[in-house]
Design a protein around this ligand. Structure first.
Ligand code: SF4
Ligand code: SF4
Length: 182
């Protein structure tokens, strides 16, 4: 086993490739690199920023429905998903936060695949909804999926179409960003 930096995950037997930027110095470096790229290519980022803002708008369309589903299920949950979920901020998540100007978590959400999300508290998630990884928004557990199926068709359509739209916008945001900074 080798470890070149005290903040870096060990490399060797049991090497963990995920999550990206799991060590604090790697997280700081990734965020600094994005800030630098955005500063030197700011004139070419309009399209990526527009996509990021459109993602934020669509996320807000979902939140009232998600809050309702959560209120109906989470307070009585026998096995809260966030306690065992292996969730991290991926590149598109981080790009969205930077481009749309939303708060960035202080550290990657898990340091390694054996860790618990740093944002879980006894009152639920401490991150604002807009700052959570995309998977934390689109994932509905079985109890919530069943509740959604019992709601009006308009709610189901809203959820399905908005999730598809956000997925597409995230791809566009990433492509536009890469095109702008290459
Ligand atoms: S989303 Fe589902 S599994 Fe997760 S805490 Fe709420 S009820 Fe439990
Ligand atoms: S970021 Fe929040 S919602 Fe997502 S796994 Fe962590 S505690 Fe749960």
């Amino acid at each position: 086993m080798t470890r070149k930096n005290k903040d870096m995950a060990p490399i060797g037997d049991g090497c963990q490739l995920f999550p990206p930027w799991g060590a604090p110095d790697q997280w700081r470096e990734a965020n600094a690199a994005l800030n630098h790229l955005m500063a030197i290519h700011d004139k070419k980022l309009n399209s990526a920023i527009e996509a990021a803002r459109a993602i934020g708008d669509r996320l807000k369309w979902l939140f009232p429905l998600l809050d309702t589903l959560c209120d109906e299920t989470c307070p009585h949950c026998p096995d809260p998903c966030c306690l065992s979920a292996k969730i991290w901020v991926d590149f598109k998540d981080l790009l969205f936060l930077h481009l749309a100007g939303h708060p960035v978590p202080q550290v990657q959400l898990i340091a390694d695949t054996g860790s618990r999300c740093t944002c879980i508290s006894h009152r639920g998630c401490t991150l604002p909804r807009l700052s959570r990884p995309w998977v934390c928004t689109w994932y509905l557990c079985p109890a919530q999926t069943a509740r959604l199926r019992r709601r009006p068709a308009s709610n189901q359509t809203l959820f399905r179409d908005t999730v598809l739209s956000i997925k597409s916008l995230r791809n566009r945001m990433e492509q536009d960003f890469i095109q702008a900074v290459r």
